[in-house]
Design a binder for this molecule. Sequence first.
Ligand SMILES: Cc1cc2nc3c(=O)[nH]c(=O)nc-3n(C[C@H](O)[C@H](O)[C@H](O)COP(=O)(O)OP(=O)(O)OC[C@H]3O[C@@H](n4cnc5c(N)ncnc54)[C@H](O)[C@@H]3O)c2cc1C
Length: 336
Amino acid sequence: MQYNVSLKPYNTFGIEVFAKAFEKVYSEEDIINFIRKKPSNEALFVLNGGSNMLLTKDVNAWVMKLELKGLAVISETSSEVIIEAKSSENWHEFVLYCLANNWGGLENLSLIPGNVGSSPIQNIGAYGVEIKDTFVSLEAIHIPTLETHTFTNEECKFGYRESVFKNEFKNQYIITAVRFRLSKAPHKIHTTYGVINQELQKMGISSPTITDVSNAVIRIRQSKLPDPKEIGNSGSFFKNPVIDKKTFQEFQKQNPDAPFYEVSANEFKIPAGWLIEKSGLKGYRNGDAGVHTKQALVLVNYGNASGKEILEVAKHVQDTVFQNFKIHIQPEVNII
Ligand SMILES: Cc1cc2nc3c(=O)[nH]c(=O)nc-3n(C[C@H](O)[C@H](O)[C@H](O)COP(=O)(O)OP(=O)(O)OC[C@H]3O[C@@H](n4cnc5c(N)ncnc54)[C@H](O)[C@@H]3O)c2cc1C
């Protein structure tokens, strides 16, 4: 165990805060030993890829840095494969591994930062696909009893950037492995969402393979999302708000040009990035904390911003959007 450890290298916002105690765990056994030796009056904090958290203060807890690695084919037929990845496999490298084997289903989720074990927590999604579409089950250690539980897709209660692990089981489990059902060729590809088709056209591709779709997604993402290695950020800071029909009708009357997506007969999703941009906040900056110049949904650390300063920018964005549109936008990022 190490004490008073800087977490700057372990979070993509690049925020300097200190952990009271810190240790890397490489196996289920390590996890159990860590929990057993942690004094009961000390809190536990689980850290994986660190790409979905804003650290606003020192972490007064025992920080468990997950380092569980490994990939295994669980079963296979002529049309599909079930693959298991341990929690700290890097997500994008896992996607590339599946593509190299010509297994389809994750290509639209290329280049999402973070690790596999965190992917079910917020049901990561991009370009019309979420992990719930291919997720089979996960293994997790129940922190209070140290028992291992299997959760099926249904038991995870996946929703838009939601799962049971953000709600009733928040901080109750440590996910150790995740299984996905992926297709073998011929694949069903998803290219209608966003500008994937346009990008494929630019690339001169008319009958795309899953690798072509992945390459198109990578190109789009690289053109508009800042690379955390160059500028600290946590991807989309806010969720796209979902509003009821009455609020939507009122909103549409005032903003006939606003993009929207009909979730159900009574629910409409509005792009938070549009609301922020229309509020004049794209590129807004206060010291080293700000809103990205190309993508209004992303808050950035230009150098030495503290977590509190980023949070102040986030609050300013929320308040301004509410003043302008009477819509609350909520953070997608975990604020610690
Ligand atoms: C540039 C950029 C782009 C992004 N784009 C997208 C996107 O398109 N779509 C999307 O959905 N997300 C996106 N994200 C967010 C992020 O990549 C995902 O949320 C990712 O799943 C976080 O993984 P992580 O390993 O970094 O999690 P961490 O940040 O380490 O952890 C996130 C939370 O989960 C908990 N946790 C992590 N692992 C476990 C575990 N094994 N067991 C129990 N609890 C755990 C942590 O305690 C923490 O509360 C983006 C982030 C960045 C920086």
